[in-house]
Design a protein around this ligand. Structure first.
Ligand SMILES: C=C(O[C@@H]1C=C(C(=O)O)C=C[C@H]1O)C(=O)O
Ligand SMILES: [Mg+2]
Length: 467
């Protein structure tokens, strides 16, 4: 993919090696090069042979970034509780020295960066399907494609340890020079499946119990989720799934994280926090209604949602919390007074963007830590709601509803909330969906709401549930 390996990179490798030996610490060397356009999906698929189980995919609705990583050059992972797990990742990432060689002006989203995520609640007892997922796991890809602003870039990363040999390090970069792009494309094939909804009765009872507790003033809101398991006749191909999600959910963030033989994949409309230099952006997304079958019906439903007290209550609890975090951590905070509608393929939501500029001592991961879980996924008050989820929810969330995303070495990056998602393994898929329970919640309509939220994954997997 690189045409030549110039002397600058060799000098940098040499210096990094000396630095690593002197400091007894590893140093990351990154080579960034602009390349002719490469289809990100083909790039993802091309990694199947050499890097199966070590790939990630990320694309944003505004198309400003698509990133595909192949190979785990470095893994930062921990099993720590709450705030410690965010801080440990940040500490380890900061400790590594980074040397970047680039043939162009530095572009955000290229160069050494981490991609990964966190579990929803480290204190919830583990269940088998999420066993291989830690409380925090981030990878530095060996090779990464970044497509942004109609340009494509390839980053090659190498972790240089004090024990490495110069020749081996140079070879690491040389192996990608002039490599042929040998992409294979499967045509879409049908894949039949059987589905089971797990513990539906328990879930409905949990909703009833939660509304009763809200009436007793134990809390204002709690989000309860449920799980559906699917079994297909053939193996599920993550490449096809990502491709379909991209096609069917162009207004969502598409994420895919391979963890050995499991893939955590989804199409979420919900940004948790984006940081570009000191500009910070978050999204309050809560309150939902279905899409109409005609423009007229769709508008009527949208207007109904904008005026519905139950949904406005669900939404305003989220706005209040995110606004408070922003007021603490940012200056020049801007929040519109009223929500707007966010219409995505299968559902419409109440939506309020929140903007600000991070104070000096705030980092992207410190903001993730303070925001997670917002009342859109947890509830309010936060601690009480999380305890209720542990007690009432008949499933283990794993990485569902938790932050997933990327951060670079200059603290730019973006995290979303991993909803409208599923955990795939072989021919099996576990899909998750939840909803905000408030005093006025009706279990039947909340159940219906979770069915709509399962649709993006169901449809991308090849079938939409009957209503
Ligand atoms: C919990 C989910 O979605 C959240 C709950 C919403 C609601 O109850 O109205 C809306 C958007 C999300 O913040 C999910 O999709 O699983
Ligand atoms: Mg709702």
């Amino acid at each position: 993919m690189l045409t030549t390996l110039d002397d600058t990179i060799k000098d940098n490798i040499q210096h990094a090696l000396e630095e690593a030996k002197k400091s007894h610490q590893s140093v990351i060397v990154s080579r960034i090069k602009e390349v002719d356009a490469i289809d990100p999906l083909h790039f993802f698929s091309s990694g199947e042979e050499s890097w199966l189980g070590e790939r990630f995919f990320w694309s944003t609705p505004t198309d400003d970034y698509t990133m595909v990583g192949l190979g785990n050059e470095l893994v930062l992972e921990n099993h720590l509780d709450n705030s410690e797990r965010f801080r440990e990742i940040e500490k380890e990432w900061k400790r590594l020295n980074k040397r970047v060689v680039s043939d162009h002006h530095k572009i955000i989203g290229t160069g050494p960066l981490l991609f990964g995520g966190f579990s929803f609640d480290p204190l919830k007892e583990k269940s088998s399907i999420w066993d291989a997922f830690s409380e925090a796991k981030f990878v530095l890809p060996t090779i990464m494609l970044t497509a942004t602003n109609n340009k494509s870039y390839i980053t090659i990363n190498k972790l240089i340890t004090p024990y490495d040999k110069l020749e081996t390090c140079i070879q690491h970069f040389e192996q990608f020079v002039g490599e042929n792009q040998n992409y294979h494309l499967d045509c879409e094939k049908g894949n039949e499946f059987a589905s089971i909804e797990l513990k539906t009765t328990e879930w409905v009872e949990a909703v009833q119990k939660a509304t009763a507790d809200i009436h007793k003033n134990e809390m204002d809101k709690v989000v309860l989720a449920r799980e559906v398991h699917l079994e297909f006749t053939e193996k599920i191909d993550p490449y096809q799934l990502v491709g379909r999600l991209q096609k069917e959910q162009p207004t969502s963030f598409i994420f895919g994280f391979e963890n050995g033989m499991q893939y955590f994949i989804g199409a979420t409309p919900e940004r948790l926090v984006k940081k570009k230099e000191n500009q910070v952006l978050s999204t309050c997304l809560a309150g939902s209604i279905k899409r109409g079958t005609t423009t007229y019906e769709d508008n009527v439903l949208g207007q109904q949602l904008l005026q519905d007290d139950k949904n406005l209550n669900e939404h305003n609890i989220v706005v209040k919390m995110i606004k408070e975090v922003f007021k603490d951590c940012c200056y020049d905070v801007e929040v519109p007074n009223d929500p707007a509608l966010l219409k995505i393929k299968n559902i419409q939501h109440l939506y309020t963007p929140v903007k600000g500029f991070a104070k000096e001592d705030q980092t992207l991961l410190s903001l993730v830590e303070k925001l997670h879980p917002t009342p859109a996924l947890g509830g309010f008050p936060q601690v009480k709601a999380i305890e209720k989820i542990r007690e009432l929810e008949p499933m283990h969330r794993g990485w569902y509803a938790a932050p997933i995303g990327w951060l670079d070495y200059e603290d730019n990056g973006e995290f979303v909330v991993a909803i409208r998602s599923g955990l795939i393994e072989g021919n099996k898929a576990a899909l998750f969906a939840g909803c905000g329970i408030v005093a006025e919640s009706d279990p039947k309509s909340e159940y219906f709401e979770t069915r709509i939220k399962l649709k993006p994954m169901l449809s991308a997997l090849g079938g939409v549930e009957n209503e």
